[in-house]
Design a protein around this ligand. Structure first.
Ligand code: NAD
Length: 250
């Protein structure tokens, strides 16, 4: 119970990596603010945490809206009195096209949901964490925060941007007790991949890009996020950690 007495907030917590992380935070004793645009699935995550003896609330938020991000942090503080940990995870794949064919709208949507959202969340989380004596923020980037991938320019740019925001947050707030880090998962088996129209053949192709020979599981990303959120990572800040089956190593 390394997070006993701590309050953790997760965006995009209704599914995939966010859900797995919310469940692990709760298992380690944190009170969890489960936030997502999908209320039905988010409520189910809260119920699952409660069944396991944990404490959680659901707060509906569209992270592309600054007022929703502000409200999410306010609700956390109103319910639990503080905010110690935040995992800024919500994100989408978006339009698949080469740069020359990408629509302006497709670009703007991905930048809003994947990048501006992390700025909004960090802004309000940092204000609250400063009030309660510090905290730890983990942002979900991607291997595509380090390298390109065809037909994914907006996604790749947004995830590189998340790494930049992470570094700046760490430079500005590490001495004030707030650590900020980013994780870089490779391809993880979540609805984000299946919703992108992946069939068995494309799963095989994707698996082959990982020297470990398979895709990752959400729980394997959550393990790293939990560690970075914990006091065990007390000197780790401003860093990008891949969790990628050696995708970036070759
Ligand atoms: P997922 O689709 O399973 O979960 C994403 C969650 O975010 C969903 O519950 C969805 O409702 C929510 N969401 C979407 N738009 C939102 C918005 N505007 N406001 C609030 N919530 C919103 O996907 P996942 O694979 O678990 O992805 C989580 C994060 O991990 C994303 O940022 C994604 O880019 C990143 N990531 C995923 C992979 C992968 O292969 N699955 C790899 C690297 C990084």
């Amino acid at each position: 119970n390394q997070f006993a007495g701590k309050v953790a907030l997760v965006t995009g917590a209704s599914s995939g990596i966010g859900k797995a992380t919310a469940l692990q935070y709760a298992r380690e004793g944190a009170k969890v603010v489960v936030s997502d645009i999908n209320e039905e699935k988010g409520t189910q995550v809260v119920e699952e945490i409660e069944r396991q003896g944990g404490d959680a609330i659901f707060v509906k938020a569209d992270v592309a809206k600054p007022e929703d991000c502000e409200n999410m942090v306010k609700k956390a503080a109103a319910e639990y009195g503080r905010l110690d940990i935040a995992f800024n995870n919500a994100g989408i794949g978006g339009e698949a096209n080469p740069v020359g064919d990408m629509s302006i709208e497709g670009w703007n949507t991905v930048i809003a949901v994947n990048l501006s959202s992390v700025f909004y969340c960090m802004k309000y989380q940092i204000q609250q964490m400063l009030q309660n004596g510090g905290g730890a923020i983990v942002n979900n980037s991607s291997i595509l925060g380090q390298v390109g991938f065809a037909n994914s320019a907006a996604y790749v740019a947004s995830k590189h941007g998340v790494v930049g925001l992470t570094k700046n947050g760490a430079v500005e707030y590490s001495a004030k007790g707030i650590r900020v880090n980013a994780v870089g998962p490779a391809f993880i088996k979540t609805p984000l991949l299946s919703d992108a129209g992946m069939n068995e053949e494309s799963f095989q192709m994707l698996s082959g890009l990982h020297p470990i020979g398979r895709l990752g599981e959400s729980e394997e990303v959550a393990e790293l996020v939990v560690w970075l959120s914990s006091d065990k990572a007390s000197f780790v800040t401003g860093a990008y950690y891949a969790v990628d089956g050696a995708y970036l190593a070759r």
